[in-house]
Ligand binder design. Structure first.
Ligand code: BGC
Length: 744
């Protein structure tokens, strides 16, 4: 008898055996069927062209997206397994970015935890819930480094830094996929958007990207390489032109780098309609030319544009594309379907989802993830934590009771908002106190979101100026009558994400005006920020004594905010992006190269004459209710040979009165060498918990991976013999320093 694993998949599904099965299957498939496997078709009502049912019945299809309907998944799969010519199961795919039913903090927030295990656990649960719904594949993690806070999609990634981004990338891949593709509680991950999308000109979504190889290899590629190392099965190419070649048809990216250099053996899908977009982008002549270019570039699957379905057969028949090329493109798709055990277990148990989403540990994990993601930006006079004895609290601001903005952008299709808002979280925490609430004036995008019709808040009619004035007054009066004010402000759900770039980073609408008006009342005031990008909160940073960056914290966000405000949890998150003082300062990031007039020289403190260019809050920054000291920076040796490693140790002590977390960060700077190197680069971090007076030793390793880089001058990866500065501390301005000499 054949040994079976827990999915019922024959355990002899070794790579060799799967390769043989794939070859045998390919041999029996018609060209039309092969092309079917290279297509992902839209299952939404608004998708044009033949319905998935028809295509599947006629020739089978690689995948269906934009559908979130367990019964229909099974119905479509039944057609594939019983009526399609070669009975190849369909992959059902959807964007499950930070949770399916249980919503976790947005990815930028998860990166603020500086705790990859938080991201891994979140995506493990997201995988379990979405797989129970019948999905097999998510379009995440989003691995685009983003150094321009105007770019709306900064919310979907891990921020500005390749080292932190790589750790979060690997953790999310492990969470989604687990150790084995045949695990029935996991989904395929997709590393997107390959590559450089976050560097769009001016932070304007989809605008062209010009990145030299040194930036791509040292900054933008590392999270993708980390995803491959963690076993990611699929990649998605990006929309924009990279150095004047659209990523969806860029052979250098998709073939030379991804396949030849990195040895990626999964498959690549375009971004939505991306193949046909080669025509719109002025790169391909027509649909057939677009299909030709993308296929030749190494793009396996066409998302939603039907360009492959409509063109590839003719291109093979007129010898523009060979059947061998088609087979090469189909192989990894069939291989992955086999590795998942889908041929043996194509259906989902329609009763499973209800049981899985009710699991209490999912809510607990969401609350913990939100707690660990929040960043305390200011706490003058130790206003926080607040007393639970408070009897009369005013909660104001347009986001205080918004489920949508608490959950954040990118909910799965058909999701109904279901979050504990900050107002509710405070009510849960202070059940005996009087909690009054007034939202103040609405905040709205000036130019509506193109998907506005799907969003309840965007559907509401806009407030008249008179209504806004009345709401403003009501908020001030509510604040006036309370002992303490909690203002919940930031950006609504539709203000960050795709189609959500903006020129300014100010608090939208009349929020700052309201903040000033209630601050003038002279009562203690706390600002809780809900937002998906850094904001230029210059006035608040000087005048509001306590500021908590809660990001878009997910289903349990309001409870987590209350846990922190009232001291049940000590905040320990750190910023994965710097906060510019002004949208016009973007792109702004800590890891820049030195100039001929560094800003630490007297008289050259800023690059602008109308204000400082330093960030309002630096990368890696975040406060705690306790204090820490980091001392005793010691290297195993002050000198190390090229290719060898050195150990870096520090002692970290909790010098305050309560237990708390510190994220210990290691930065390096190569002083000179073949190329100029950034003045600081993160090369190690660890989040630790310390009781009062407790000291822990934290150890980092620096070896060739950390000390080497891609050199423009050498045109390859190198490690220079050169002196290095080493800093360890609590953020990117760390001052505790040691010297390291790397010799040849
Ligand atoms: C986005 C992708 C997403 C895809 C499918 C596109 O508009 O750029 O990130 O995965 O749609 O929904």
């Amino acid at each position: 008898m054949k040994k079976m694993d827990k999915t019922g998949t024959p355990a002899s599904n070794s790579s060799d055996e799967i390769a043989k099965r794939v070859d045998a299957l390919l041999n029996q498939m018609s060209l039309a069927e092969k092309v079917g496997q290279l297509a992902q078709v839209g299952g939404a009502d608004w998708n044009q062209g033949p319905k998935p049912e028809e295509i599947i019945r006629e020739r089978g299809v690689g995948s269906v997206l934009w559908l979130n309907d367990t019964k229909r998944f099974n119905a479509l799969q039944k057609i594939a397994m019983e009526e399609s010519p070669s009975k190849i199961p369909v992959l059902f795919a959807l964007d499950v970015i930070h949770g399916y039913k249980t919503v976790f903090p947005v990815p930028l927030a998860m990166a603020s935890s500086w705790d990859p295990s938080v991201a891994e656990q979140a995506q493990t649960i997201a995988a379990k819930e979405s797989r129970a719904a019948g999905l097999h594949w998510t379009f995440g993690p989003m691995l685009d480094i983003a150094r321009d806070a105007r770019w709306g999609r900064i919310v979907e990634g891990a921020g500005e830094d390749p080292y932190l981004g790589s750790a979060m990338a690997a953790a999310q891949v492990r969470g989604f996929q687990g150790a084995d593709l045949s695990d029935p509680e996991r989904v395929l991950a997709c590393a997107k958007h390959f590559a450089g999308y976050g560097a769009a000109d001016g932070g304007r979504d989809y605008d062209p990207v010009y990145l030299p190889e040194t930036q791509l290899r040292n900054v933008y590629f590392p999270p993708f390489q980390a995803a491959i190392k963690a076993g990611v099965s699929t990649f998605m190419s990006a929309y924009m032109d990279l150095n004047n070649v659209p990523a969806n048809g860029n052979r250098w990216l998709l073939h030379d780098i991804l396949r030849e250099e990195w040895g990626f053996d999964g498959f690549v899908i375009s971004d939505a309609f991306g193949v046909l977009n080669l025509v719109t982008q002025g790169h391909a002549k027509d649909k057939s030319d677009a299909a030709f270019r993308s296929l030749n570039a190494g793009l396996n699957m066409d998302m939603a544009s039907n360009s492959y379905l409509d063109s590839l057969e003719a291109l093979v028949n007129n010898n523009s594309i060979s059947i061998e090329q088609i087979d090469e493109m189909v192989k990894p798709i069939l291989t992955i379907k086999m590795k998942m055990g889908l041929f043996e277990n194509p259906y989902v148990d329609e009763t499973l989802l209800e049981k899985v989403i009710a699991l209490p540990e999912h809510k607990q994990a969401a609350r913990r993830a939100a707690q660990r993601s929040m960043v305390l930006l200011r706490n003058e006079g130790s206003l926080l934590p607040l007393s639970k004895e408070l009897k009369n609290v005013a909660v104001i601001g347009p986001l205080a009771d918004s489920m949508e903005s608490t959950e954040g952008s990118w909910m799965v299709f058909g999701h109904k908002p279901d979050a504990v808002t900050v107002l509710q979280g405070i009510r849960n925490k202070l059940s005996d106190a009087k909690i009054t609430y007034a939202p103040g004036p609405d905040i709205r995008r000036d130019i509506p979101h193109p998907f506005g019709e799907f969003d309840a808040t965007a559907k509401k009619p806009r407030q008249t100026p008179e209504d806004a004035d009345a709401a403003f007054q009501a908020a001030v009066e509510t604040a006036q009558n309370a002992d303490l004010i909690i203002a919940v402000m930031g950006e609504s759900q539709d203000m960050a994400g795709e189609f959500a770039s903006r020129a300014s980073l100010d608090l939208p609408g009349r929020q700052e005006e309201l903040l000033k008006a209630v601050s003038a009342l002279g009562k203690p005031i706390v600002l809780v920020l809900l937002n998906g990008r850094p904001l230029s909160i210059n006035w608040a940073a000087e005048h509001v004594p306590a500021i908590l960056e809660a990001w878009e914290p997910g289903s349990e966000g309001g409870n987590a905010v209350a846990d922190i405000l009232f001291g049940d949890v000590n905040p320990g998150g750190k910023l994965p992006v710097c906060f510019p003082r002004n949208g016009n300062h973007a792109p702004l990031y800590y890891s820049r190269v030195l100039t001929h007039l560094p800003e630490d020289r007297p008289n050259y403190l800023s690059r602008y004459w109308d204000g400082p260019t330093t960030p309002l809050y630096p990368f890696g920054f975040g406060l705690s209710y306790t204090t820490f000291s980091i001392t005793n920076l010691k290297l195993s040796s002050g000198q190390v040979k090229v290719g060898q490693s050195v150990t870096v140790n520090v002692d970290v002590t909790n010098t305050g009165k309560v237990a708390g977390d510190e994220v210990v960060q290691l930065y390096i700077h190569q002083k000179w060498g073949s190329d100029s190197r950034p003045m600081r680069e993160l090369k190690g971090f660890e989040r630790i918990t310390l009781q009062p007076n407790e000291t822990k030793k934290v150890t980092f390793q620096l070896g060739p991976d950390e000390l080497g880089y891609w050199s423009t001058n050498a045109d390859k990866w190198i490690q220079d013999a050169a002196p290095f500065d080493i800093w360890v501390g609590a953020d990117s301005l760390a001052t505790l320093h040691a010297d390291l000499e790397v010799f040849g």
